[in-house]
Write a protein that binds this ligand. Structure first.
Ligand code: ZN
Length: 257
């Protein structure tokens, strides 16, 4: 279950502007569709890599922010009924198990409507999400930030594959045993190769993802080599990529766990 347990107040690294962002108590990772390029369709988890746009025009990642405080979700206690202040504590109320004045003070949210509204108004604005279509701008403005380059290029990769997903679904409805033809265009290939280089350049590259990138570019030899190095991080996805390499198929594919 995806449950929001409150608001985190964070400070952007670029200009120290404060934002709020939901603090998740638990996150649902199930999805309606899993794709070999990492796209999850129908998941409540937003696979945006934590990329946000600051009011100053810079981009940042949520984990790069200083955490100022977490404000628990309200009402985290039940609201006290109107007129709770005039609660009489007598033999009868105790007999019926009614809350006493002390109970209200300890275990109830005794703020007025105005106080609750003021607390909400005092929260800094939510961190603005960045649309997939803005990834070229993120790539341009974050040229020297490797981690942001990886996240933006990964999102661009999946975004550029989105039109093909629709063709794939339609094809699979009619011909479930075959795959629709696929060929990445030059812009897609350039982005995928740059992402693969960025990933390979780091410490402990995610070889499974590198294998998938090489496969979608159409370089099955490089894909097979990367897959050998991938280990057992995700056996199901490794198996799917292996089969697609053997078929010499370069399109992103939908699969089940
Ligand atoms: Zn800023």
């Amino acid at each position: 279950m995806t449950r929001i347990s409150g608001n985190r107040i964070i400070e952007a690294p670029c200009c120290k502007t404060q934002y709020s962002t939901p603090a998740y108590g638990s996150i649902n990772l199930t999805a309606h569709e899993f794709w070999t390029d990492g796209r999850q369709v129908g998941s409540l988890f937003n696979g945006d890599g934590g990329l946000r746009r600051c009011a100053c025009g810079e981009y940042f990642l949520l984990h790069m922010c200083d955490h100022i405080q977490t404000i628990p979700k309200t009402p985290y206690k039940p609201r006290a009924p109107k007129g709770w202040q005039s609660t009489k504590s007598n033999w009868w109320s105790r007999f019926w198990g009614k809350p006493t004045l002390g109970d209200y003070l300890l275990n109830y949210d005794i703020r007025t409507d105005e106080e609750i509204q003021a607390a909400e108004d005092a929260l800094p604005p939510l961190t603005p999400y960045v649309d997939d279509a803005d990834m070229p701008d993120v790539i341009e403005k974050s040229a020297k930030k490797r981690e942001m380059q990886i996240i933006a290029r990964r999102r661009m990769w999946q975004y550029l594959n989105d039109p093909f997903r629709e063709a794939y679904r339609q094809h699979k409805q009619v011909n479930p045993d075959t795959f629709p033809s696929y060929a990445a265009n030059e812009a897609q290939k350039e982005n995928m190769l740059k992402l693969a280089y960025l990933l390979e350049d780091g410490y402990g590259p995610p070889w499974l993802e590198v294998a998938e990138l090489c496969r979608e570019v159409g370089d099955m030899d490089a894909a097979a080599k990367a897959l050998l190095r991938a280990g057992k991080s995700d056996e199901r996805l490794s198996e799917v990529i292996q089969q697609l390499i053997e078929m010499n198929y370069s399109g992103p594919a939908r699969f089940r766990y």
